[in-house]
Design a protein around this ligand. Sequence first.
Ligand SMILES: [Zn+2]
Length: 406
Amino acid sequence: MIQANTERVLRDLYMLREIGRYKTGVHRPTLSDDDMKTRYWLRDELAGMGYETLIDGVANVIGYSPAPGKKLLCGSHLETQNRAGWLDGALGVIYALEAARALQEAGRTDIGVDVMAFADEEGHFGNLLGSNSMVGNISEADMDALHDLTTGEPLRDALARVGLAGVPRASLDPSRYVGMFEAHIEQGDSLEADGLKIGVVTSIVGNWLFHIHAKGVQNHAGTTRMAIRKDAGAALMRVYQRLDERFRTEAAERTVWTVGNITLDPGAPSIVPGGAEMYFQFRDADLAVLKRLHGVLEEVEAAENAGGPCEVWITPGARSLPALMDSGLQAAIEASAEKFAPGLHVRMPSGAGHDARTISLKMPASMLFIPSIGGISHHWTEDTSDEDIALGAQVYVDAAARMLEG
Ligand SMILES: [Zn+2]
């Protein structure tokens, strides 16, 4: 049996929490000084274990195991959202490091894990930049165009500022691996609500975005009779109301849908708005459900246009497909969970995107969740109990060994 040193796991997580600390959380945006501090720390830890290490041209930290044979790719991300939580990302990196350490300490030099901290999973510059770069989804022209969404700093300038200008970008070699394994806090409250300790992730949801527009006629809010006004804002609200009603019957159990950025043109209370728009996003792990809900959008669009008096049209934005996690790797996690947390584990989809989604395009991938207190994440109050972190570490290390032993 491979024993995790859970005190060491907690010590390193608490240490990382101090780098960019914000209240009880962390502010460590990608390529900030604090972010780079954590990347160099991880690189040095791995180098000290005899790993071949590098920080590539988008700041991915990579440690290649010296063990023979196929490896398991273990990791997550080190940067955080602005003024956010201490475990989102860091947990998966420290579990990966612990798997590497525990295997070595158990004398298992015959099997090994590569450890990676993918750059900018949190999307300060782009969407899952580090893992997308590794699988070849980011061109040099993309690199030229990306900039920090908070500060506006171009990615090229930021890389130059931290000494990574001109450094080659690493690419993923799937033939090196049996698969990828990422641990993460759940970021929702399902595990906690059911009194469970480990989530075995079955899939990562697809996320479909739409832009909804309404066009009416701008006019005086006091003199334009209700019978003849064409209020684009009211039309947009009506569309949302219809969508929400239809989704409540047509969606699957875990489907979620969200409105973003409603704008009225103009937005003054004394003017009937002539234009209105909003974003509408929905997520589900089943492609058939996503397609069905897209159909609902089209029906609602048609119904609103038939009823008038405004014109409504819906344009598709970014959409990602659901990513299935590997069934063999899921079975390994489940077996380890049953060993250390009998009866306290469940198979579940991930409602959030992760680097494992990107990597799953190229090779088998898997994820393990531990509970988030109150389901809170992307906020500085994000937390998980020490006991749950420790239990998760032991399950992770055991499952990693299981995956490597096939
Ligand atoms: Zn994360």
